[in-house]
Design a protein around this ligand. Structure first.
Ligand SMILES: Cc1cc2nc3c(=O)[nH]c(=O)nc-3n(C[C@H](O)[C@H](O)[C@H](O)COP(=O)(O)OP(=O)(O)OC[C@H]3O[C@@H](n4cnc5c(N)ncnc54)[C@H](O)[C@@H]3O)c2cc1C
Length: 426
């Protein structure tokens, strides 16, 4: 019998869309799952675009048009069921609504907590809020399992996801790195580890968790079940190029930058709402309030975020992860009886059965915990109901960054533009 392929099937394959379609629509989040999905053909590589964000680029000489990179793209899959999510999302913002059912984990009733841990992991290891991420990572490696988290490479000032197997290796994951992390080196390995029987804890932004979960959805159920995920409530991720150029700016005064801490703990100003950035150079080191720092200004004003962040499909309660962690903003007003922690309080969303297992791992470290209703977490955290709005200044910021090759100069250009606009309008 002839082995010739059926002509219609072959034509369909050639017409199959690729992840380039997602990139062209500015929807790509850079999760890098498509690189791992294309492991046989090796047709996809991640390259920085003009703004410095990594994007998949397809070598069409190698591409066999299987369509997997598109079919298993988390953006495509999320869009496919988003229409059906909308009525539930609307219900969840209603203060009288019952507890929310996370549509990403059907059948599980989500639970929400205010939580502070002991000891003070912020002071001890530089944890971002209370160290939930750190405790979970530590528990996993102590059991012989594997953790994938984000560290800042001190020689390149780039954030990258790496694999940790020891307590020493999870320490650099502590603290928020306010820049997009590079994942393409770990995605395929996560899949292999799960297949080989190793439980993996993956911590990252919601789009990273959605990417790794969709990638692993092709595995057998028992392998898929070994994946545990924690996502962060996420403001949006700034461009790695803006951080690289900022480090070059800072190096002029401080010497080559060998360390950046985006949330320095200052004993003289311990209130967590006053965020400080610390820069360590070979000649000297400085600490600046976030509002006085050029890099932070571009981040907080949303000038330097990835295009997909402005229409992020994960800024709601339908979390793709097992457990969600973030800062409990406005806790002093929303939960005045909760012992106020100057060092910060975590917001924790338990999203699935695996989430319950993760939450239970925190047990020995809990200082205070209180279960809260859905509407309170929605009131506390803007990023649980809306993405950041695209500001008109973003285009000017990136144009100036490209032209002047300096983040400080680009921020100054935007600030001068805003000042001129104010003067002409008043
Ligand atoms: C870019 C970004 C924006 C954020 N925006 C908000 C916000 O608007 N509102 C809010 O409530 N919370 C936000 N967070 C989350 C918050 O800053 C804390 O990370 C969170 O509360 C966890 O604190 P922790 O003490 O438990 O974490 P830690 O124990 O310190 O662990 C931090 C974990 O975060 C991971 N991580 C650090 N940087 C990155 C990164 N760039 N990409 C992916 N993973 C990373 C590490 O792998 C580590 O596991 C943001 C975090 C990031 C990285």
């Amino acid at each position: 019998m002839s082995k010739k392929k059926h002509p219609t099937k072959q034509a369909n394959k050639l017409a199959a869309p690729t992840v380039s379609k997602v990139v062209a629509a500015h929807d790509c989040t850079g999760c890098s799952a498509c690189v791992a999905l294309c492991a046989k053909a090796h047709a996809i590589s991640m390259r920085p675009n003009a703004e410095g964000f990594l994007e998949p680029v397809i070598d069409f000489k190698k591409c066999n048009h299987c369509g997997k990179c598109y079919r298993y793209c988390h953006v495509v899959q999320r869009k496919a069921y988003q229409a059906h999510l909308i009525p539930h999302q609307q219900a969840s913002t209603d203060p009288n609504a019952p507890q929310h059912h996370n549509e990403a984990h059907p059948g599980f009733t989500q639970r929400y907590f205010a939580l502070s841990l002991k000891p003070d992991f912020k002071q001890l290891y530089g944890a971002a809020t209370t160290g939930v991420g750190f405790v979970l990572a530590h528990r996993f490696v102590r059991s012989g399992d594997v953790v994938v988290g984000c560290r800042l490479n001190s020689s390149t000032n780039e954030a990258e996801h790496v694999i940790a197997r020891t307590p020493e290796e999870v320490l650099p994951f502590c603290g928020s790195k306010y820049v997009q992390s590079n994942k393409h080196a770990v995605m395929a390995e996560v899949k292999s580890l799960l297949q080989a029987g190793t439980p993996v804890l993956f911590l990252g932004t919601p789009c990273e968790i959605a990417g790794v979960t969709t990638l692993c959805s092709t595995l057998k159920p028992e392998a898929k079940d070994r994946l545990f995920t924690v996502d962060l409530i996420c403001h949006g991720v700034p461009s790695p190029l803006s951080l690289k150029l900022y480090a070059q700016d800072a190096a002029k005064e401080l010497g080559s930058i060998t360390g950046i801490n985006f949330r320095v703990f200052l004993p003289q100003s311990p209130d967590w709402r006053n965020m400080f950035i610390g820069l360590k150079g070979t000649k000297q080191q400085i600490v600046q309030h976030c509002r006085q720092n050029h890099y932070y200004t571009a981040f907080l004003e949303n000038w330097s975020l990835r295009p997909s962040c402005y229409h992020c499909p994960y800024t709601n309660l339908n979390r793709p992860s097992d457990l969600t962690i973030g800062d409990f903003w406005n806790i002093e007003r929303l939960l005045p009886q909760f012992p106020y922690a100057l060092l910060g309080t975590s917001q924790v969303l338990v999203n699935s059965k695996h989430g319950v297992t993760l939450f239970n791992l925190l047990h020995n470290h809990i200082r205070h915990v209180q279960e809260v209703p859905a509407q309170m977490v929605l009131q506390s955290n803007y990023l649980l109901h809306d993405p950041m709005a695209l500001p008109p200044e973003r285009a000017l910021f990136f144009a100036a960054l490209k032209e002047q090759q300096s983040t400080v100069a680009a921020v100054n250009t935007v600030l001068a533009h805003i000042k001129t606009q104010h003067q002409t309008s008043s």
